[in-house]
Ligand binder design. Structure first.
Ligand code: ADP
Ligand code: MG
Length: 330
């Protein structure tokens, strides 16, 4: 991937902490290093609360890392301030799960999709209607929807409005934070098809956050699996089914075959409960739920190591030097 695709964003050893009650500190992201490439999708998957949104908020410069840096085209975004930061925000836009929550109910679709263009003085007021029609065409909505209010639209149509708004400034990166999670499966499919078409046409990089590993593996070129703020495994989406190595990734895949899965509930194919994010044990964060837990896993946290050029895993099972895929005989 690195040789054939243009690198646009590099997160390097990013850590984000939040103050929690009782004077404690919650580590929402720990030492995360990930890259994003032009025209490619980076998926992030993991259970609710594992730190997916925190990471992407930093990518979008809505928050700053406590440690580490995020480089956009080689420049550290953490150092940007004021007008330079405001201008940079045009490069990275976001689509959320429920876009209508972000819009005032009084706003018409035309006002919603054109707001970023007016904020950045890309158009004049009299050009609004034409710009809105063009944006709705891109997301395959009827042009006369520009006069509608979001509450008079279906969930899928509202999500297309959210995508049109994100497209308005022609960003290089769009973050989709559970953008299709609330939609029915059939509607979800059409919105994903739209995102894929737009990516091909405009060479957009997506940061695709999703708690559903089945969905993320089908859309993401590269998938990062997160658990309690840590990256457990990174590998191409199309290879997760056959080549995932981490017991946590495999457990998530197992849950895909559970017809009644709900990722906000503890995953049934994984024993035990996730520890509190305020009380992560020493060693591997997944140790208390891992069927293959060894003595070393309780003491030393496994580092994320290269299995191959585009596959990394943080697990003591695969740490023996020069012996990929062979399990560590402890
Ligand atoms: P995800 O998107 O994977 O569900 P988040 O990134 O939203 O997870 O949250 C990761 C952890 O950080 C959670 O334990 C959450 O409660 C905590 N968290 C997120 N944002 C804040 C905040 N602004 N203040 C305090 N804790 C936060
Ligand atoms: Mg989230």
């Amino acid at each position: 991937m690195s040789e054939t695709h243009e690198l646009i964003l590099e997160a390097k050893h990013v850590t984000k902490k939040y103050p929690a009650s009782g004077g404690k500190t919650l580590v929402a992201n720990r030492d995360i290093s990930l890259n994003m490439y032009r025209g490619r999708t980076l998926g992030i998957v993991g259970e609710s609360g594992c730190g997916k949104s925190t990471f992407m908020r930093m990518v979008a410069s809505l928050e700053k890392p406590d440690q580490g840096e995020i480089l956009y085209r080689g420049k550290d975004m953490g150092k940007l301030k004021g007008e330079a930061l405001r201008q940079h925000r045009q490069n990275i836009q976001m689509v959320f799960q429920d876009p209508s929550a972000a819009f005032s109910p009084r706003m018409r679709v035309m006002d919603i999709v054109c707001e970023p263009l007016l904020n950045f003085k890309r158009i004049r007021k009299k050009e609004k209607e034409a710009a809105a029609r063009k944006l709705l065409e891109m997301v395959e909505l009827p042009e006369d929807f520009i006069w509608r209010h979001p509450h008079n639209m279906s969930g899928g149509q509202r999500q297309r409005v959210g995508i049109a708004r994100a497209l308005a400034l022609e960003p290089e990166i769009i973050i989709c934070d559970e953008a299709t999670s609330a939609l029915d499966v059939s509607v979800q499919k059409t919105v994903i098809e739209l995102l894929v078409r737009l990516q091909k046409e405009k060479n957009i990089a997506y940061g695709f956050i999703c708690h559903d590993i089945a969905l993320v593996q089908s859309v993401a070129h590269q998938v990062a699996v997160m658990y309690l703020g840590n990256i457990m495994e990174v590998l191409p989406g199309e290879r997760i089914g056959k080549e995932s190595l981490h017991p946590y990734t495999q457990a998530l895949m197992g849950a895909v075959f559970d017809l009644h899965m709900d990722f906000d509930e503890p995953i049934k194919s994984i024993e035990g409960e996730a520890p509190s994010p305020l009380n992560i044990p020493e060693g591997c964060p997944f140790q208390n739920r891992c069927r293959q837990c060894m003595e070393i896993c309780r003491k030393i946290k496994p580092a994320l190591k290269n299995i191959s050029e585009d596959h990394q895993v943080a697990c003591h099972l695969y740490e023996r030097k020069n012996c990929f895929f062979h399990r560590n005989p402890l």
